[in-house]
Design a protein. Sequence first.
Length: 99
Amino acid sequence: MLTDVQNLVDTVGWKNIEALGPVVHGPGLRPFIARTIDPDVKGKMEMLLTGGMTMGACQMTMKRQSIKPEELIDGLVPIPSGDIRVMELEEKGYAYIRP
């Protein structure tokens, strides 16, 4: 997923992106646990966060997978529901891109 986000940034440039807010849920959340994160994933994440990306982590997924907020890498913001957040963002005019 981060590669898709980076490809978008590389193609259009940060100056042409008003906001970038991926939402992670389901099995996609596991790679963002701090104690087991792949260094390459961490590096990409940090670079994108520095550029202005915000990233939500589904609390429903966290509950189901027994993941505490403090176990996630810095930069992930717990949100009540990943799917609902995606719907809210689409209503505000965000484009939904599924990796």
